[in-house]
Design a binder for this molecule. Sequence first.
Ligand code: HEM
Length: 246
Amino acid sequence: MSIPSLEHHTSNWRKYLIAGTVAVLLFIGISIYIFLRRGYFDLYIANKVFAGVAFLLIAIVLLIGPLTRLYQVFDGWMMYRKELGVLAFLLALLHSVISLFLLPDHFPFAYFINNAFTTILGILAVIVLAFLFTISRQKILSRIDHHFWWKMQFWGIRIAGTLIFFHVFLLKWSGWIQWYVKGGSSDLLRPYLPGASLIIAPFGLFVLGVRIVELAMPIKITRIAVPILLGVYILWLGITAMWHIN
Ligand code: HEM
């Protein structure tokens, strides 16, 4: 486990500006897509967008490590991981509060009881991200042993990523199958479009694939495998997009 210098964890407004721009672009893209699919935009939809952006930011944080180790061209991305992670945490927190308290018509208390396992996974993920956020504060950073701090970041983000992965896949799985088999429900403006989560979540599978290949294969093979995995993701998106278009 190689430990990057502390410089990567020193935030400044420029790093937040760049990480924030990535988050805003993702927010706009996902919002437009869901609006086109559903024909309206309200808090229920905004909540999906917050969740989707948080998911993608965590996936990007987990992708930057392998990309910088495999291709020099990504070296500069390393220094934005902390800011991307902080923004992901804040958006995930917003998504949690909205889901739990502000959308009782969509998610009454019984919903969380019926989906207790996925709810607990989500809450644990937020707690882990909150912990990583807290220990990344400059004041605390300077008090903890750097090696120990790095170990906590290393495992924390992997644990959070795994919890989020299962939170989303277990929660959405049956809806995805239903969409492939029957199509979207008739109250959608464009039911033939796949749900945003069906585009976003498989990006998590792509990142997981990259990390597994990096662990299991020599670097030369991994360098070739990454664009192939990306190609598979894009091909799969294409097939899904065409699924209900005759
Ligand atoms: C790091 C933490 C979390 C992340 C990254 C995350 C991410 C996601 C994503 C990507 C979705 C799919 C959204 C869609 O339908 O397009 C989702 C769904 C959902 N999540 Fe989370 N989540 C997290 C934590 C939580 C927590 C703590 C709760 C509540 C206690 C929660 C409640 C829900 C609910 C109710 C849905 C279904 C939303 C819907 O169908 O519209 N999530 N989450």
